[in-house]
Write a new protein. Structure first.
Length: 310
């Protein structure tokens, strides 16, 4: 919802409705607004919306996710030019009031993929992402949505080992993916993230939403073991994910969490949040990070954890 004040902020009223955006992040007002009544809004998921009647109605003009910056040319009345910037580092320009867009990102550094970094789906199985030697490590960061996505029935027995997800190459500085670092969903089974040895450890830190999300009916027998979640590669420095460290949601059964070292230090909400249908859990080998203001480190509801060590 967009709000407007006509008295210097003393009172506010809603303008128009919600055309489909989820989190409006950017608002730009055309330089010739008194005549054109034109506005531009950037959203996390819906894209970019333009209004030519002061916000009463909206038209989506670009489908770029995570559009966190929007601007009009100072000479908009003459050149019809507007700009949009994405969290992923992409810059887009339109010279015709949003009808067509051109990617003008060339020359900027740290550009990520527009969507997912690595997508394993539709029955792809027995793949290995990373390895136990530094030369096999992947740095999977700054992507528009997920770093790695494993999805669907038959997408089984894949391994994610030894990677940095959401950090720079040294594992010490955040360079987060736009949503989750890793998502395992939709019936994927028997996948492994990490392992018992330090060489198999993934660094899952600095991401914009959850570090690791496991969700969906039929998503079962996945193992999350020995990773650093919300920590740098030294295991000391806090590089919290903006959301919960690990989420087990919507009925995965069972899921095994073991030997994680976890710290999320962003906002003042409970460190560990457990739903009412947690199943049987055993908690051993505590290595939970501490913070005066941690986000939830592990959250699950509707699923079963067969072993949780954190």
């Amino acid at each position: 919802m967009l709000w407007k004040s006509s008295d210097g902020g003393l009172t506010w009223s809603a303008v128009g409705g919600n055309p489909g955006w989820c989190h409006a992040r950017a608002l730009a007002i055309a330089p010739n607004f008194p005549a054109s009544h034109e506005l531009l809004v950037g959203d996390d998921w819906g894209g970019v919306y333009r209004s030519t009647n002061g916000g009463t109605s909206w038209l989506r003009v670009h489908e770029s996710r995570f559009s966190w910056a929007a601007a009009y040319s100072p000479a908009f009345a003459q050149d019809q030019t507007m700009f949009v910037g994405q969290l992923t580092g992409f810059i887009w320009r339109s010279n015709d009031r949003g009808q067509n867009w051109q990617n003008v990102t060339a020359g900027l550094s740290e550009q990520g993929n527009y969507h997912t970094g690595v997508n394993i789906r539709s029955g792809a199985h027995d793949n290995v992402v990373g390895g136990v030697y530094p030369g096999l490590r992947n740095v999977i960061s700054r992507n528009g949505t997920l770093g790695i996505h494993i999805e669907g029935a038959g997408s089984d027995q894949n391994q994610i080992i030894g990677n940095y997800l959401g950090t720079t190459m040294d594992g010490m500085t955040p360079l987060g993916n736009g949503s989750e670092a890793i998502g395992i969903r939709g019936g994927a089974r028997g996948n492994r993230v990490g392992g018992p040895s330090a060489s198999q450890r993934n660094i899952i830190s600095g991401n914009r939403l959850t570090g690791l999300l496991i969700s969906g009916q039929g998503t079962a027998a996945n193992v999350i073991q020995g990773n650093y979640v919300g920590l740098a590669t030294d295991g000391i420095r806090a590089l919290g994910n903006d959301g919960t460290g690990i989420v087990v949601d919507e009925g995965p059964n069972p899921t095994r969490l073991e030997g994680q070292r976890l710290l999320n230090a962003i906002s003042s909400v409970p460190t560990v949040a457990m739903g009412s249908a947690c199943g049987s859990t055993s908690r051993t080998t505590s290595s939970l990070g501490t913070s005066s203001a941690p986000t939830p480190v592990v959250r699950w509801h509707g699923g079963t954890i067969t072993r949780a060590s954190y």
